[in-house]
Design a protein around this ligand. Structure first.
Ligand code: HEC
Length: 399
């Protein structure tokens, strides 16, 4: 009963997370597009740096951009912050539902690190909190301000180290999501903690008749540049849980870093274009990094090792026995594993035909990677994986 409620809650929160995330990233892309398409204003528009016209859904829109705070602050000013806020809140709740309440299955893999639930959850939350504090302190500090390039480099290196470190402690999937969570929290708190307050200060200064402090605006801009480069990596990480070939790879962190870099390069290409200094190189660079990574990861090393040991023909009866022993507690029309009322992802292995139908999915999760059985709860052995692999390679016959 309890798990059913959690499943529905999971759905509602995930739905919210995706909707608010789309609204947030969408509005941020829209403003970048706006900035890039502004034209010189018509004469006589005081304080206006650029203008543009748009047509959408039968209406015409005129936008004027003021570089400095306008002399008269309009009565209604839209801030665009709750998209980020709700994405952050729903993300943290989702993290707790999936990875902290389901720590045994999704967070902890005792073959990676023998952590208790409390330790694992503590490390997860600790990473997010310490990560934000370290990042924010670095860029708020005199050192960070004076050595921007160095500070940026340090942050990238630290994120890579977090990815490596977490992959030695959690399941591959949880390691990915915590790196994504850290990036997401940095982005949300940049908006709430730095960008919005800076904008408020600018307005307060204008209202008080003071000259707004330009450094606040400059620092807010810096955080928004960070957010800009982080958007494509964080979206990749959100989607990666559907691809066991990424997080399930023995060196999953390499893929995490390389694919994120290719995403940031694509963003860089857009930025150069928007800044009217277009350059093509980021796109081929991103494609090359992506292809090399995908090629390297797919190079079937694990498979080759497993094939080398098992030359014999594997009968379906043996496969049936392995699946029954290692998978069917969860993947059955009526799972017996505690907390499961229905087979996960609708995948059950009750009939021989079901097993055959899912052979390529089984290969992805249990032979090419070790993502299934979940957290290796049922203690599947490497020999059993080899046997399944040999059976699939020979055509997955169930006769
Ligand atoms: C302890 C329970 C459990 C066991 C044991 C288990 N699984 Fe799963 N399996 C799950 C859960 C939960 C999911 C859904 C994961 C998710 O939400 O992405 C899943 C998903 C899958 C998927 C779909 C993956 C995807 O991303 O679409 C496949 C294929 C799969 N399991 C195969 C297997 C095989 C093969 C075995 C046995 C070798 C196995 N599982 C053992 C719980 C289990």
């Amino acid at each position: 009963m309890e798990t059913i409620i959690l499943d529905w809650l999971n759905l509602v929160v995930r739905w919210t997370h995706v909707i608010t995330g789309i609204a947030w990233i969408g509005s941020s892309f829209f403003f970048m597009w706006l900035d890039a398409h502004l034209e010189k204003p018509a004469p006589g528009k005081e304080g206006v740096e650029g203008e543009l016209w748009m047509v959408h859904s039968g209406g015409f829109y005129e936008v004027d951009k003021f570089q400095v705070v306008p002399s008269a602050i309009p009565r209604t000013l839209h801030w665009f912050k709750w998209e980020a806020g709700f994405t952050g809140i729903s993300g943290v709740i989702l993290l707790a539902i999936v990875y902290y309440l389901g720590a045994e299955a999704f967070l902890i893999d005792t073959e990676v690190a023998d952590l208790t639930r409390l330790q694992a959850v503590g490390i997860g939350i600790g990473t997010l909190v310490v990560g934000w504090v370290a990042y924010d302190s670095l860029f708020a500090s005199k050192f960070g301000q004076a050595n921007m390039l160095l500070a940026n480099t340090i942050s990238v290196i630290v994120i890579c180290l977090v990815a490596v470190g977490l992959s030695q402690l959690f399941t591959g999937r949880a390691a990915y999501i915590h790196v994504g969570g850290l990036i997401g929290i940095v982005m949300v708190l940049n908006v709430f903690g730095r960008i919005i307050p800076a904008q408020r200060n600018l307005i307060a200064a204008r209202n008080a008749g003071d000259e707004p402090d330009p450094t606040l605006g400059k620092r807010a801009k810096q955080r928004s540049v960070h957010n800009n480069y982080l958007t494509l990596p964080v979206l990749f990480i959100m989607l990666s849980t559907h691809y066991p070939a990424t997080f399930g790879h023995p060196q999953g962190w390499v893929l995490l870093i390389a694919i994120s870099v290719s995403g940031a390069l694509v963003r860089h290409w857009f930025n150069l274009r928007n800044a009217s200094t277009p350059a093509l190189w980021p796109i081929p660079a991103a494609v090359v990094i992506f292809l090399i990574t995908a090629g390297w990861a797919s190079f079937p090393t694990i498979q080759a090792e497993r094939a080398a040991v098992t030359g014999d023909k594997v009968e379906f009866t043996e496969v049936r026995a392995i699946i029954d022993a290692r998978c069917s507690v969860c993947h059955a029309a009526r799972p017996t594993y505690e907390g499961f009322d229905v087979p996960p992802k609708g995948i059950s292995f009750d009939d021989a035909a079901d097993i055959r139908k899912h052979a390529s999915a089984i290969k992805k999760t249990s032979i090419d990677t070790d993502t299934m059985p979940l957290g290796n709860e049922t203690k599947m052995t490497p020999e059993e994986r080899q046997a399944l692999g040999a059976w699939i390679r020979a055509g997955a016959n169930i006769e």
